[in-house]
Write a protein that binds this ligand. Structure first.
Ligand SMILES: Nc1ncnc2c1ncn2[C@@H]1O[C@H](COP(=O)(O)OP(=O)(O)O)[C@@H](O)[C@H]1O
Ligand SMILES: [Mg+2]
Length: 352
């Protein structure tokens, strides 16, 4: 496997025309019993019209990060630090009023379970029309015309009839499309998709992915797409960020991450996915469990599960090191200050 070509040891530089600029985002939930550190210094940039896939095991902070971008967390118990710039706005400190203007209009979200976003008491047409009228000066008739257009756009068959349907009257795949229509109703600039196809059958999943990719390109939206499935990432991503214990441990062009991963965690995830496909059985999990987010270790948070770990891995969180192509990795076994490659990590090397 190609070693990381370290042209610089700087963290990835901010893209000049980034539409989304996240810098050192930290999110923690505070209660009397404990503090849960769910996001621990996430930074990335996303250009207009690009798709960033965030991959990682369950509990790595993917949903917490996404919900932070819409400020959906309970305010009292949540501490959010860092910069979350979307267009001109820093989501971390805009007023509640601006936030509710941005929510659903500039930034929209689709979820794994459509019933999270759809109201069971209203027809699909009403829900789309209401969303449009909340954000735009538009009358009911025009809003319903937009709703029909949107159902056509997301390829719902017999859209006139479906406008008058309630969510429970639709199949899972159609409900997912209806939720996408609601999310797109105000032509958002940024679409957040949190495992939107995980609950669907494989064939429906592919259809929804192809649809999302097409809409994203046609509408020129930026999209942040969360998944634990590397196959899904390969279908849809321009950029991939691998998240572990609330940090991005590897980031870069999708093809670099998926074809030439550098971090032992990314490699282990890819290996288990390939084994899964070859053997035709369920994903073989990486041995061990992610750290307790109430008590994060001092060093690399993957070290306790990493077959390459040595005592020096436990000392400090590895710095982010990028190559000239923007491929970033946080692992002292892959890179070291000064740009020297310490070792080309081989996945099945014996325990050090
Ligand atoms: N409101 C909350 N209060 C306390 N802990 C939370 C809250 N929301 C999420 N968490 C914790 O944050 C961690 C990351 O969760 P999440 O972002 O949902 O993971 P995933 O990567 O699977 O989406 C988990 O340990 C979860 O229990
Ligand atoms: Mg999640």
């Amino acid at each position: 496997m190609k070693p990381l070509d370290l042209a610089s040891v700087e963290p990835h530089p901010a893209a000049a025309d980034a539409f989304v600029h996240i810098d050192d985002l930290r999110v923690r939930f505070v209660s009397r019993e404990a503090t849960v550190r769910a996001v621990n210094g996430v930074s990335f940039d996303l250009e207009r019209g690009q798709v960033l896939c965030i991959i990682g095991e369950s509990g790595s902070g993917k949903s917490v990060m996404m919900r932070s971008l819409l400020r959906l967390h309970p305010k009292k118990r949540t501490v959010i630090e860092g910069v979350m710039k979307v267009g001109e706005h820093n989501i971390a400190n805009v007023s509640e009023r601006t936030m509710s203007e941005l929510r659903g209009a500039t930034i929209s979200m689709i979820f794994q379970e459509p019933m999270t976003a759809l109201d069971p008491l209203y027809t699909i047409g009403d829900q789309i029309a209401e969303t449009v009228m909340r954000h735009e000066k538009i009358d009911r008739q025009a809003a319903w015309a937009r709703a029909l257009e949107l159902l056509e756009l997301v390829r719902v068959p017999s859209p006139e009839r479906r406008l008058k349907a309630f969510p429970h009257e639709l199949s899972g795949g159609l409900r997912q499309r209806a939720m996408i229509a609601v999310a797109l109703s105000c032509r958002p600039s940024l679409l957040l998709a949190d495992e939107p196809t995980t609950a669907l059958d494989a064939s429906v999943q592919i259809q929804v992915l192809v649809l999302l990719r097409r809409l994203q390109q046609e509408m020129g939206m930026s999209m942040i797409f969360v998944t634990h499935d590397l196959g899904v990432a390969a279908q849809i991503a321009d950029k991939v960020a691998v998240m572990y214990a609330g940090r991005i441990i590897e980031y870069g062009e999708a093809r670099d991450i998926l074809l030439a991963p550098q971090h032992p965690y990314t490699k282990a995830m890819l290996t288990s996915t390939i084994k899964d496909q070859v053997r035709g059985k369920r994903l073989e999990a990486i041995p061990g469990t992610p750290p307790d987010l109430r008590m994060l270790p001092d060093g690399c948070s993957f070290a306790p599960r990493c077959s390459h770990a040595t005592p020096e891995c436990m000392v400090a969180v590895p710095a982010a090191v990028s190559d000239a192509g923007g491929h970033m990795v946080r692992c002292i076994k892959v890179s070291a200050p000064g740009g020297q490659l310490v070792s080309d990590v081989k996945h099945d090397a014996p325990l050090a």
